[in-house]
Design a protein around this ligand. Structure first.
Ligand SMILES: Cc1cc2nc3c(=O)[nH]c(=O)nc-3n(C[C@H](O)[C@H](O)[C@H](O)COP(=O)(O)OP(=O)(O)OC[C@H]3O[C@@H](n4cnc5c(N)ncnc54)[C@H](O)[C@@H]3O)c2cc1C
Length: 485
């Protein structure tokens, strides 16, 4: 008989926490409780992957009518109704949250709708005032978006806010060059918003394959995103009527919606309204909204962690070993709060490995090598393994790559290009990296990822018969390297 209230107390009902709690309870019979301070499902379900992907789908319909004309259809493009989409989106998120709650309940997990903090190695305190003891505590509190430290940054939105906008802005400045910034630039551009993107680095999507980054940036610009790399905000503040009128009469570069904003502004709600931005590139412009996608921070503030002996890293992330154990033997941490690889399937894997290790007597390290992932830009990007640049630093390589106009959109008269690329070790012939920029590249990389993870060689790819006519067939038909390094 345990001396504790529970065998496991999980803090955070997101991707990692819910999985760990329900597997521990459902498969090992452990007595498990979980606290969630907001909505069940966490970032992925409520304000990340899921609503974002639904917005990607919504935005992709913008070109359907035009493309269909190329195929002989006479379809007139209609307009996008944000309100109706948002209503359906919210209903879907409610449904998913209900599923998450039920998964916990049906596995026998006790849920507390409360904020939890750690009191000591075996005790948590809830915002309801309750104090609960557990043999093990699992921290799965995820992360949150952060604004840059510049004056008036609080005027800007972060990714959590985007899903709750009452109206879609006519113009927006997106600040950042990571995957969230680029995805929302494409989404909002597709939904008809005039999108400007500032990124202080030389090229978007830092850390990914250079060639892929270049093609995505080019395509985004071609599709209408006003992308400015090497650019940051110099000054930002609420626009005054004078700004609006002055700029209008001086003919300074302004959004198409300026006259309407002038009209809106006169009767605008106090504390809301257009934002004046001066860029380091000299641009002066007024935007309906500014959106910071400039980074995320782990949710470890005011959690009692350091007081309990848990070590935090420089960014506030929980420092864990290969088994997700913290410096306190009874406390583990998984998912974004540990800032290892911040993706939903990784948080889930870490949760499962934790249960294996702690509740199934089967010490299991999480394998963070060769994780396939996707960036849902338009065009989409699927990637696994080393970029050409990383691989070339490691060993001699051959690069097989092709870029072409895919049949479907080329026939419709669109200039879109796709790219397929394999980075191959000269010594072992293993495919070290696979990079795909193409519609549905996320779907393709999931499957190509199996081969790469298995250690497939270039010759294994070559032995596979092509599926014709597809874009992905190029993956098995590239005969000669375009470069060696
Ligand atoms: C805009 C956006 C798009 C994304 N797109 C993708 C994608 O396409 N693919 C992908 O794989 N990943 C994507 N991600 C990342 C993914 O959402 C995260 O990696 C994943 O949700 C991490 O899961 P987690 O369990 O670590 O944390 P979370 O899902 O963030 O869950 C943590 C939970 O803990 C709760 N919590 C925090 N503190 C406390 C406390 N003290 N007490 C009680 N509860 C607390 C929070 O309310 C939250 O519900 C995206 C993220 C964002 C922001």
């Amino acid at each position: 008989m345990s001396d504790f209230d529970y065998d496991l107390f999980v803090i955070g009902g997101g991707s990692g926490g819910v999985r760990a709690a329900r597997v521990a309870a459902g498969e090992t019979g452990a007595k498990v409780a979980l606290a969630e301070e907001d909505r069940y499902g966490g970032t992925c379900v409520i304000r990340g992957c899921v609503p974002k992907k639904l917005m990607v789908f919504a935005s992709e319909y913008s070109t359907v009518a035009e493309d269909a004309k190329g195929y002989g259809w006479s379809i007139e493009a209609g307009s996008f109704d944000w309100g109706s989409f948002q209503q359906r989106l919210n209903a879907e998120l409610d449904r998913l949250e209900g599923i998450y709650r039920n998964l916990l309940k049906n596995s026998g997990v006790t849920s507390y709708d409360a904020r939890a903090k750690v009191k000591d190695a075996h005790t948590v305190e809830l915002s309801t005032g309750e104090t609960i003891t557990a043999k093990h505590i699992l921290i799965a509190t995820g992360g949150r978006p952060v604004r840059p430290e510049i004056p008036n940054a609080d005027l800007g939105l972060v990714s959590d806010d985007i899903f709750h906008l009452e109206t879609l802005p006519k113009s927006i400045l997106i600040v950042g060059g990571g995957y969230i910034a680029c995805e929302f630039a494409c989404i909002l551009n597709g939904l008809g918003v005039e999108v400007t993107q500032y990124y202080r680095g030389a090229q978007i999507l830092r850390g990914f394959d250079e060639q892929a980054r270049g093609l995505i940036a080019e395509s985004m610009i071609e599709n209408g995103v006003r992308l400015h790399c090497g650019t940051d905000i110099l000054e930002m503040r609420r626009a005054t009527a004078e700004d609006l009128e002055g700029k209008a009469s001086a003919g300074v570069s302004m959004g198409a919606s300026m006259q309407e904003m002038l009209a809106d502004h006169s009767g605008g709600t106090p504390g809301e309204g257009p934002i004046f931005v001066k860029g380091t590139n000299g641009d002066v412009k007024v935007y309906d909204q500014v959106f910071f996608a400039t980074g995320r921070a782990p949710n470890t503030d005011d959690m009692g962690l350091e007081e309990a002996g848990v070590k935090l890293g420089r960014k506030g992330e929980i420092v864990v070993d290969d088994y997700s154990a913290t410096a306190v033997p009874s406390i583990y941490a998984i998912g974004d709060v540990t800032d290892r690889v911040n993706l939903t399937p990784v948080a889930i894997r870490e949760g499962m490995a934790f249960v294996e290790t702690v509740f199934k007597d089967n010490p299991t390290k999480v394998d963070h090598e060769l994780i396939p992932s996707a960036v849902f830009t338009q065009p989409e990007f699927g990637t696994i393994g080393l970029s050409e640049e990383e691989a070339a630093e490691q060993e001699p390589i051959e690069v097989y790559a092709t870029s072409f106009r895919p049949m479907q959109t080329a026939f419709a008269g669109r200039p879109d290009r796709v790219m397929m690329k394999l980075v191959v070790s000269k010594a072992t012939r293993k495919v070290l990296g696979c990079h795909i920029v193409a519609p549905n590249a996320g779907e393709m990389i999931q499957l190509a990822g199996i081969a790469v993870k298995m250690g497939a060689t270039k010759e294994d790819f070559d032995r596979t018969v092509a599926v014709h006519p597809t874009m992905a067939e190029e993956m098995v038909t590239m005969r000669n390297p375009v470069r060696t390094a």
